[in-house]
Ligand binder design. Structure first.
Ligand code: FES
Length: 107
């Protein structure tokens, strides 16, 4: 089952957006990615304040706890305490300006 979660433009360009509990969306221009909002370092949310995600140059997401840096496009940690670990990807598609999560259990 697919779930329409938001408009592409609800996600800040170069930033992050919490679309559903524990679902993080990232966007750069017309591209978007979705991940579980769980840092592989300590298995806790990547943000500290609700809905606030730290990003760098529209390319990297930084965990608010110990500064691990994850690439938008594949969720791989490229710097920090969990180097080489990955965020858990959620398959999405962008359709008519809407972000649709495919086959997701959003609980
Ligand atoms: S919990 Fe994310 S870097 Fe430590």
């Amino acid at each position: 089952m697919s779930t329409d979660v938001c408009a592409l433009h609800d996600i800040p360009d170069g930033g992050g957006f919490e679309a559903a509990p524990s679902v993080l969306l990232l966007r750069r221009g017309a591209q978007a990615w979705a991940y579980r909002n769980v840092c592989p370092h300590f298995s806790i949310p990547l943000n500290y304040e609700p809905g606030a995600f730290w990003t760098y140059e529209g390319a990297l997401l930084m965990c608010a706890h110990h500064s691990a840096m994850f690439r938008f496009e594949d969720g791989v940690c490229v710097d920090g305490p969990c180097l080489g670990a990955s965020l858990r990807r959620i398959p999405i598609r962008v359709e008519h300006g809407r972000v649709v999560i495919e086959d997701a259990d959003l609980t």
